[in-house]
Write a protein that binds this ligand. Structure first.
Ligand code: DP6
Length: 354
């Protein structure tokens, strides 16, 4: 008799925001990067994707629903993840014939973000990390998060870092086959638990140039880019790991802001130029610079991804000055379509008030 059981597993994955940015692909096929990167994982209480993976002998095709809407999974990235995970499951089934043949069944994935997709926040990182984690759990795979990061990377580069909490490096790797292009945890969240991130939503519009096409254009045309990828970022990776190991916020802030600026500089140096930051983003930079100047040391660090929204890192000890000033300043800046803070542990009271 045919097996009519439905097997399922649910997993969550958090959003991560890079402080040393991934920008540039060494191989578009393998989705390997031109430089290593490093991120801080945000609290799952605030920003995360939850995905349920199920499979059954009677499912006719692989399918994905994101926030209730069907999404195409025939693309090479999703297919690469499905295929790698099925191969691992098949190896397990070959070793133990009592296991149900899940590797032969089609998969259905139901995915929800607990943050508005329209908020313009990178959702592909949490999305592909939850996708891979849920299927790995469904298949009862024994592979470590680092081994799974090799698979999530093929879905979306930044997703490989969302398989861990805390401070996470994606080491670019040197092998032609991409097997050593993996994420590793540099430090757990408990190492520096007072780190906080405020997200200032400047625009909830979908970004004009996707990360994937933007970084390919930069690699192809920017004359500043080789120096960034080969000289600047390798030195910054070492310095950032040291800053995190020593919980040196000033060094962390200096490196974070410098790397965000360097990434946006190579975007501007791309032909045609790519503008992710807008006037409001630049106003946010000036507010952070002013906070740091008024305190006399770096207590806040801005960073911008492939869009205008600001993420401001700060230590909890400086919450009042950082959030207080941001709140006051943003009231005078036009162009904030929305503003709220996602903090690792809690959203500070009053920040969302008009
Ligand atoms: C600016 O991971 O979205 O956020 O691998 O093409 O899916 P693909 O790119 P993606 O790029 C993220 C770029 C970034 C920097 C970062 O997160 O490191």
């Amino acid at each position: 008799m045919a097996n009519s059981s439905i097997y399922h597993a649910t997993a969550t994955a958090p959003v991560n925001i890079a402080v040393i940015k991934y920008w540039g692909k060494a191989s578009t096929k393998l989705n390997t990067p031109t430089n290593s990167s490093l991120s801080v994982t945000l609290s799952q209480d605030d920003l995360r994707t939850i995905t349920t993976a199920s499979c059954c002998a009677s499912f006719e095709s692989d399918a994905l629903w994101l926030n209730g809407t069907p999404h195409d999974v025939s693309n090479a990235r999703s297919q690469a993840c499905f295929s790698e995970l099925r191969t691992l499951r098949k190896a397990k089934e070959d070793k133990d014939s009592s296991l149900p043949p899940l590797s032969a069944y089609k998969l259905h994935l139901i995915s929800e973000n607990n943050f508005p997709t329209a908020a313009g926040l990178a959702s592909s990182a949490a999305g592909f990390a939850a996708f891979v984690r849920a299927i790995a759990d469904l298949y009862e795979l024994d592979e470590s998060p680092t081994e799974l990061s090799r698979i999530a990377r093929q879905g979306s580069g930044s997703a490989c870092r969302s398989l861990f909490g805390g401070y996470v490096a994606w080491e670019k790797g040197d092998r032609e086959d991409g097997q050593d292009s993996l994420a590793v945890q540099v430090a757990p969240e408990s190492h520096w638990p007072t780190m906080r991130a405020a997200i200032l939503v400047i625009s909830d519009a979908k970004k004009g140039v996707s990360s994937t096409s933007g970084m390919q254009a930069t690699v192809a045309t920017s004359t500043l880019f080789p120096n960034r990828a080969n000289v600047v970022v390798p030195a910054r990776m070492d310095a950032m790991k040291k800053a995190i190991a020593e919980k040196d916020f000033e060094a962390f802030a200096e490196l974070t802001m410098a790397d965000s600026n360097s990434f946006h500089a190579v975007c501007l140096d791309t032909i045609p130029p790519i503008f992710y930051m807008n006037d409001t983003s630049r106003a946010a930079v000036r507010v952070v610079e002013e906070i740091n100047r008024s305190v006399g040391k770096k207590v806040a660090a801005y960073t911008f991804d492939a869009g205008p929204n600001a993420v401001v890192y700060y230590d909890e000890a400086n919450q009042d000055i950082v959030l207080g000033t941001l709140k006051k300043a943003t009231a005078n800046i036009t162009g904030w379509s929305d503003k709220y803070a996602h903090i690792n542990a809690t959203v500070p009271e009053g920040f969302n008030e008009a």
